[in-house]
Design a protein around this ligand. Structure first.
Ligand SMILES: Cc1ncc(COP(=O)(O)O)c(C=O)c1O
Length: 378
């Protein structure tokens, strides 16, 4: 039977909220199966979405399996056990913890809670695209503040951009996609210098990977009474990106309004069980951290041999200056290595997630091949 949709575009478009029409859709890293099919490849490695190459914690997997027979029940909408576990883990009380369907959802809920049309969100540039999306979806604006030389933060510059309608100031540290980071001293001074009517959103999706001196201690800032929301995720170090679980820490005066904006059962039961178990698996975290540090050194050394410049990173990814980022991305993909390119303001770079030793080796070899530098790797 042939059947065609009646085209309703002309009728629907005038009904769509104006704010939505100008939004650029999010471009995710490409799934492995897609690339295998398109290029007829038997083996493809994905180093595109800053996932944990060691996989999820076995304890999390067991916890998911153990609760499969209960899936006919709704989850605890208030996620009390999980929020208690995160509270224990961070040293804050449970009412300072909010959980969401990935920190993507938490970012969107922060915007939905605080931004009116005409308000402004300040964020670094280049940085994670969801800030821009969340501001625009609310009809608010995003004021991008360019990172300085070497993609370092210049917080003095950011401070100068704060205006009467600035409500949210985002700092992403370590910053995606540049891998550059802030110290606790820098963040504490900045937070203290802000007017009392702005909220600071500290996106710390990669904070568990930081090994640089003076790491940010956002819990201390929250305890000291600053209007700081610290965003974390189980998608990176905890290896649970597919489960979708992120959280916010903050003063209960802020957190209670995020609860008002959320859907009744925004975090599913498997995610809740998995995250509680993952928090107890300190071995998995230690292994993942060590693997990331070793992989980072491996990529640094390999890129140096290829004479490809890179930006030192505190995350589980780095950006490398390869010339035409889009072309190199395409060529790597055709040879079975998925990375990311096309970040605004970074046309000469690709971003590669730090993989296992074998994946890193494969990436370096394929990059050498694509850049015509195979001799340099020997
Ligand atoms: C800086 C940053 N924040 C938030 C997220 C979203 O993470 P989640 O998987 O928890 O939605 C990411 C994911 O890549 C990220 O890089």
């Amino acid at each position: 039977m042939t059947w065609e949709w009646k085209n309703l575009d002309e009728m629907v478009r005038p009904l769509v909220r104006e704010a939505l029409l100008s939004i650029r859709p999010y471009v995710p890293g490409r799934p492995i199966q897609d690339v295998m099919r398109e290029f007829g490849l038997a083996r493809v490695i994905k180093m595109a979405s800053n996932e944990n190459p060691l996989g999820p914690s076995p304890k999390a997997v067991a916890a998911i399996q153990a609760m499969l027979g209960e899936l006919h029940r709704y989850p605890d909408g208030a996620a009390q056990d999980l929020r208690s576990a995160i509270a224990m883990h961070t040293g804050l009380p449970r009412d300072a913890v909010f959980v969401g369907n990935g920190s993507d959802e938490v970012i969107k809920l922060v915007a939905e809670t605080f931004l009116e049309p005409g308000d402004e969100m300040l964020a670094p540039y280049p940085s994670f695209s969801q800030y821009d999306f969340s501001a625009h979806v609310m009809g608010a604006t995003l004021a991008p503040v360019a990172l300085a030389e070497g993609f370092a933060y210049e917080l003095g510059e950011m401070r100068k951009h704060i205006r009467a309608n600035t409500k949210l100031v985002v700092l992403c540290t370590p910053n995606n996609p540049t891998g550059t980071w802030l110290t606790h001293t820098e963040v504490a001074e900045f937070v203290d210098s802000l007017p009392s009517n702005v909220i600071i959103v500290l996106d710390e999706a990669y904070n568990e990977y930081v090994d640089a001196p003076d790491p940010v201690r956002s819990v201390e800032l929250i305890q000291a009474g600053y209007a700081v929301l610290s965003l974390r995720t189980f998608s990176k170090m905890y290896g649970l990106a597919g489960m979708r679980l992120g959280y916010a820490l903050g003063n209960p005066s802020l957190i209670r309004y995020l609860h008002q904006a959320r859907a009744p059962f925004n975090v599913n039961a498997m995610a809740q069980a998995a995250a509680i178990a993952a928090l107890t698996d300190t071995d998995h975290v230690a292994r993942s951290r060590a693997s990331n540090l070793a992989g980072k050194e491996q990529l640094y050394r390999g890129l140096e041999r290829l004479r490809v410049a890179y930006v030192p990173t505190q995350g589980n990814f780095l950006i490398a200056r390869v010339g035409d980022g889009e072309r190199v991305f395409q060529s790597l993909q055709e040879k079975g290595v998925i990375v990311r390119a096309g970040f605004l303001g970074l046309s000469e770079y690709v971003r590669v997630s730090i993989g296992t030793a074998e994946e890193n080796e494969q990436f370096l070899k394929t990059l050498a091949d694509v850049l015509g530098k195979t001799a340099d790797l020997r």
